[in-house]
Write a protein that binds this ligand. Structure first.
Ligand SMILES: [Zn+2]
Ligand SMILES: [Zn+2]
Length: 881
C-alpha cells in the first residue's frame, strides 16, 4: 500500500466522487450559516442540513466534500489519546434522494481497496442488526465473506437525533494489526482497544422516527457518509497516532524544535506537545474564518484553545511568543486545500500574537493569585477551591476556568464547579436582564421553515428600483397565511423584487408594496433560506393575498443613501490599507441609510493624523468621480484580479466584483454609479471593539451636510449667547475665560481680607502655656472654610502653637482648632480640645491631633468655651511633661 499524504488523499477522494458525477463542494466556513443550533461546524453534513431537510433545493442531487470541522466536547482528552483532536477534516459523499445503499457501499469499498489500495483483508464492514439489505449488499454485491461482516445494535449503528429523519449505518473498520491490540483472545471488530478503528461511516436516512421507537419509511431517502481524513491517513500511513500523519507530524516536529524536546521521550511531555499541535491547527483555521477570541460563544472556544496552547507551550519551556510561528507551519501544510489560510496569513498571525501577549499577562497575574489560594487551601487542609474563588479568578482576572481546573487537578485539588456555575448563571442573568429584549422577526424565524421550498424570488434591484410581480407567499409573525389584512404585520414574498435584502453588511431596503386592493409599508427586507426574499412590514390599507399582482417601490432616497455609504466603505478599506498597511482586513461592516460602520484588524488606535489622511484619501477618490464598474466572473478569476474576499462569506461559482479605481472587492451590495455621487465623506469616530479590531463610523453625502449643519447650529447658538459672532466666538470665549480667572483671584483675596478684618489684631489674644502658644479668639460671620483659611494664616505666624477660632454665623457656632507639629510633640491635641469645649456651645465634635472642627447652637457659650480651652490645653501640655 502506498503511503499517501493527507493532501493527496483529500484530492483522491474528491476526484473519485467527481468521477461518479458528484458536485464537489468547497469546505464551508467553520461558522455555521443561518444555523443557530451549532456553535461550529462539526461534520461534513452540518452545512448541508437545509438540503437534507428539503428546506433548500440542492444544486445537484449528488455531492461530495472535504469539510473542516471543530469538535471540542472531548477537549480534555486531546493529547492523552492517539485519536482525539479538536480539529479534523471530514470527507463525505451525499445523496439527496438520489442513489442509496447499493451504490454508496460499493463506492466506499472501491475507494478504499482500489483507489487507496488498502488490503481488503484488513477491512471489516459492520451493519445495523436488522439491516439485512445492507448485509446482503456487502455479501452478494461486494463479495465479502459473511463471517467478516459484523452486526451491531442501535448505539453503534443507528443514527437518530430525537424525532425526525433517522436510519441505520454501515461502518468500515480497519485492522491496524496485532501490535495495537489488547491481547485478549476475544479481541475483534468492536473491541474497545486501538486495534480496529472505524474509518468510514455510511448513514442511510430512510426512516422518520417519532422519538418513541416508531419508524415509517421516508419517501426521499438520503445518504450521508463521513470519513475522518486524519483517521484514513493514519490507516494508510500505518502510523501510531493522528499526531504521526505527515502534515501533523511536520507541525509536531516544529514544536519539538522550538521547545528543544524529543517526542516520545517518556518525560511526560508528549501530552503537551500533542495539545499544542492540535490546538494551533484549530486556532489557525478558526481565525481564517473570521472568528476572533472573545468571552462568548465560538469566540470563547477559540480563546480557550489559544490559551491552552500557549500554556502548554510554556510548560514545554518555549520562551516568548511562539504561536504564530507554529501557525505558519499549519498554513504551509494545508494551504493547498484551503487557500484562505494563505490569504489571511498576516491577519492570523496578528490575532494570535495579540491574544498570546494578552494571555501571558493574564496568566502571570492569575497564577500568582491562584498560588495564594492554593497556599490557603493547604493551610486549611481543604481540597476543593470554592466556586466563589474560581469565579473571582475568572471574572476579575480573566483567568479561564478550565485552566484553574487543570492546574489544580495536576496538584491533586478540585474545583466546586456547581458553585462556579451558580455564580456564572447569576452573572448571565444580570446581563440578560440588562439587554433589552427585541422580538424581531429575523431571517431565522421558524415561521419560514413552513414555506414551500420550491418557491424562489429573483432580485432585480441592481438595475431598477421598482417592478411589478406576483405575490407568491405571505406569512404573519407566526404562520404561513393566505392573506394579510389592514393593520397586520408580516412578510410578503414576491416572484421578483427590486428590494435589496439585508446581507453582506448592507441593510435591507425600505419602501412600499401596492396592489389593487392594498398598501404595505416595507420596514425591512431579509433573505430567507432557499433563495427567497422577504419583505417585512405592515399592511397600511386594504389587504394582500397570494397570487395578487403587486407593484414594488423601493424608497429612492434611502436606497441612494445606502449606496453612497456602501461605496464609501470600499474606498475606506482601500484607504486604510494605504495609510495603515496591508494587515488591515475587514472584520465586519454595516451600512444603512444613516451611516457606515467598518470594523477592521489593526493593533493600535489610529492617530488623529492617520484618521485625517484616510478621510482625505477617500475624499480624493470621491472628487475624482471614478466610474464604479461591476462585473460577474468566476471566483478564481476574481482572486487573480486581486479582489478582496470576505471572511466566512459563502461565494457561488460566479461572483460579483465591484471595482472603483484601485479598489476591487467581491461584493453583492448596491453601489453608486460614480464615486462623485458620494459627494463627501467624514469619519466621526474611531474606537476599539475587541483585541486587535478597530471600528470606524463615518458619514457620506447628506449625512455629512447634516453633521456640519448641526455643528454650525450649535456654534451659532453659542455665539448668540456670548453676544458674539461665529467667527469671533473663539476670541470672545478666551477673553471671557481670562476675565473669569481674574475675577476668581480677586474674589479669593477679598474673602481672605474680609476674614482678616473679622479677626482684627490677634496679638493680644496669644498666651503662652508651658512654651506652647495658644491663640483663642472669637470672630463673627465666618463659615467653616473661612475658619480654616484663617487658621492657616495664623499658623504661619505663631511658630509653635495651637489656634482655636470660634465663629458665630447665622445663629450657629463654628469651632475650629489646629495644633502644629511642635505643639503636638508637647502634648497638644486639637481633636481632644474641641471635644472638651464643644458641649459649652451646645455641640459636639472632634478630630485629628493636628486639626479638628465642630458645630454648635449656643452662641452664649462662646466666651466660656474660649476660657475652657486655656484650661484644657494646660492639662494636655502639663500632663505630658
Ligand atoms: Zn482488543
Ligand atoms: Zn461591499
Amino acid at each position: 500500500m502506498k503511503k499517501y499524504g493527507v493532501n493527496e488523499l483529500r484530492k483522491m477522494f474528491l476526484e473519485y466522487f467527481e468521477g461518479k458525477d458528484h458536485l464537489v463542494l468547497n469546505s464551508a466556513s467553520l461558522v455555521p450559516h443561518n444555523d443557530n443550533s451549532l456553535l461550529l461546524i462539526n461534520s461534513g453534513m452540518a452545512p448541508l442540513k437545509p438540503y437534507f431537510t428539503g428546506q433548500v433545493v440542492p444544486p445537484k442531487k449528488r455531492a461530495a466534500s472535504c469539510q473542516k470541522c471543530i469538535r471540542t466536547t472531548d477537549v480534555e482528552n486531546v493529547g492523552k489519546t492517539d485519536r482525539h483532536g479538536t480539529f479534523f477534516e471530514m470527507l463525505g459523499n451525499f445523496s439527496f434522494g438520489d442513489y442509496f445503499k447499493k451504490e454508496s457501499l460499493a463506492w466506499t469499498w472501491e475507494f478504499l481497496t482500489q483507489i487507496v489500495g488498502i488490503d481488503a483483508k484488513r477491512l471489516y464492514p459492520s451493519v445495523y442488526l436488522e439491516d439485512d439489505e445492507a448485509f446482503a449488499i456487502w455479501e452478494h454485491e461486494i463479495g465479502i465473506a459473511p463471517e467478516r461482516i459484523y452486526r451491531f445494535g442501535k448505539e453503534d449503528n443507528f443514527w437518530e437525533h430525537g424525532s425526525g429523519p433517522c436510519g441505520p449505518c454501515s461502518e468500515v473498520y480497519f485492522d491496524r494489526g496485532e501490535k495495537y491490540g489488547c491481547g485478549s483472545p476475544d479481541c475483534t471488530v468492536g473491541c474497545d482497544c486501538d486495534r480496529y478503528v472505524e474509518v468510514w461511516n455510511n448513514v442511510f436516512t430512510q426512516f422518520d422516527g417519532d422519538g418513541k421507537g416508531n419508524y415509517t419509511e421516508l419517501e426521499q431517502k438520503n445518504i450521508d457518509t463521513g470519513m475522518g481524513l486524519e483517521r484514513l491517513a493514519l490507516a494508510v500511513q500505518d502510523v501510531a497516532s493522528i499526531f504521526d500523519i505527515d502534515t501533523v507530524r511536520a507541525l509536531r516536529e516544529k514544536i519539538c524544535t522550538l521547545a528543544d524536546k524529543e517526542y516520545g521521550a517518556e518525560d511526560g511531555q508528549d501530552i503537551s506537545i500533542r495539545i499544542v499541535t492540535d490546538h494551533i491547527r484549530s486556532a489557525t483555521f478558526m481565525i481564517s474564518d473570521g472568528i476572533m477570541p472573545t468571552n462568548e460563544g465560538r469566540g470563547y472556544v477559540l480563546r480557550r484553545i489559544i490559551r491552552r496552547a500557549a500554556r502548554h507551550g510554556r510548560l514545554l519551556g518555549i520562551a516568548g511568543i511562539f504561536l504564530a510561528k507554529l501557525s505558519d507551519a499549519v498554513i504551509e501544510g494545508s494551504k493547498g486545500g484551503y487557500p484562505e489560510l494563505f490569504e489571511k496569513k498576516d491577519f492570523i498571525f496578528n490575532v494570535l500574537n495579540q491574544e498570546e501577549m494578552k494571555f501571558n499577562n493574564t496568566i502571570d497575574q492569575g497564577l500568582a493569585i491562584l498560588g495564594e489560594m492554593e497556599e490557603k487551601m493547604a493551610q486549611d487542609g481543604v481540597k476543593t477551591l470554592s466556586g466563589e474563588q474560581a469565579f473571582k479568578l475568572y471574572d476579575t482576572f480573566g483567568f479561564p476556568i478550565d485552566l484553574t481546573v487543570e492546574i489544580l487537578e495536576e496538584k491533586g485539588y478540585c474545583v466546586d464547579m456547581d458553585g462556579f456555575s451558580a455564580f456564572m448563571n447569576e452573572q448571565k442573568d444580570k446581563a440578560r436582564k440588562a439587554r433589552k429584549g427585541t422580538n424581531y422577526m429575523g431571517a431565522d424565524a421558524t415561521v419560514y421553515e413552513a414555506l414551500d421550498p420550491a418557491l424562489r424570488s429573483v432580485f432585480v434591484g441592481y438595475e431598477k428600483l421598482d417592478c411589478r410581480s406576483d405575490i407568491i407567499a405571505l406569512t404573519t409573525e407566526s404562520e404561513v397565511t393566505e392573506a394579510l389584512t389592514d393593520g397586520q404585520t408580516g412578510t410578503i414574498i414576491t416572484a421578483s423584487t427590486p428590494f435589496y435584502a439585508t446581507g453582506g453588511g448592507q441593510n435591507g431596503d425600505y419602501g412600499m408594496i401596492k396592489s389593487a386592493e392594498g398598501e404595505f409599508a416595507v420596514k425591512d427586507t431579509i433573505k430567507i433560506a432557499g433563495d427567497k426574499i422577504g419583505h417585512l412590514g405592515k399592511v397600511t390599507k386594504g389587504m394582500f393575498k397570494a397570487g395578487d399582482a403587486a407593484e414594488l417601490l423601493v424608497n429612492h432616497n434611502s436606497r441612494y443613501d445606502i449606496c453612497k455609504n456602501h461605496s464609501a466603505t470600499h474606498l475606506l478599506q482601500k484607504a486604510l490599507r494605504t495609510v495603515l498597511g496591508t494587515h488591515v482586513e475587514q472584520a465586519g461592516s454595516y451600512v444603512d441609510k444613516e451611516r457606515l460602520r467598518f470594523d477592521f484588524s489593526h493593533f493600535a488606535a489610529m492617530t488623529a493624523d492617520e484618521i485625517a489622511r484616510a478621510e482625505q484619501l477617500v475624499n480624493e477618490k470621491v472628487a475624482e468621480n471614478i466610474e464604479v464598474v461591476i462585473t460577474e466572473m468566476s471566483l478564481d478569476a476574481a482572486r487573480s484580479a486581486g479582489a478582496m474576499a470576505l471572511f466566512g462569506e459563502k461565494y457561488g461559482d460566479s461572483v460579483r466584483v465591484v471595482k472603483m479605481g484601485d479598489s476591487v472587492e467581491l461584493c453583492g451590495g448596491t453601489h453608486v454609479g460614480n464615486t462623485g455621487a458620494i459627494t463627501a465623506f467624514k469619519i466621526i469616530s474611531e474606537t476599539g471593539i475587541a483585541a486587535g479590531v478597530r471600528r470606524i463610523e463615518a458619514l457620506t453625502g447628506r449625512g455629512v451636510f447634516e453633521h456640519y449643519a448641526s455643528i454650525e447650529r450649535i456654534l451659532n447658538e453659542v455665539a448668540a449667547s456670548l453676544k458674539s459672532t461665529p467667527l469671533s466666538v473663539k476670541d470672545k470665549a478666551e477673553a471671557l475665560l481670562n476675565e473669569l480667572k481674574q475675577l476668581k483671584s480677586e474674589n479669593e483675596s477679598l474673602k481672605s481680607k474680609a476674614a482678616k478684618d473679622a479677626l482684627g489684631d490677634v496679638g493680644d489674644h496669644v498666651i503662652d502655656i508651658e512654651g506652647v502658644k495658644l491663640l483663642a479668639v472669637k470672630v463673627d460671620g465666618v463659615d467653616m472654610n473661612g475658619l480654616r483659611d484663617l487658621g492657616d494664616q495664623q499658623k504661619a505666624k505663631l511658630i509653635t502653637g495651637v489656634i482655636l477660632i470660634i465663629s458665630a454665623a447665622d445663629g450657629k457656632v463654628n469651632l475650629m482648632a489646629m495644633a502644629d507639629e511642635t505643639a503636638q510633640a508637647k502634648g497638644a491635641h486639637a481633636g481632644n480640645l474641641i471635644k472638651a469645649i464643644a458641649p459649652l456651645v451646645g455641640g459636639g465634635g472632634g478630630g485629628r491631633p493636628g486639626m479638628a472642627q465642630a458645630g454648635g447652637k449656643n452662641t452664649a457659650g462662646i466666651e466660656a468655651a474660649l476660657k475652657e480651652a486655656e484650661k484644657v490645653l494646660r492639662e494636655q501640655v502639663g500632663s505630658f511633661v
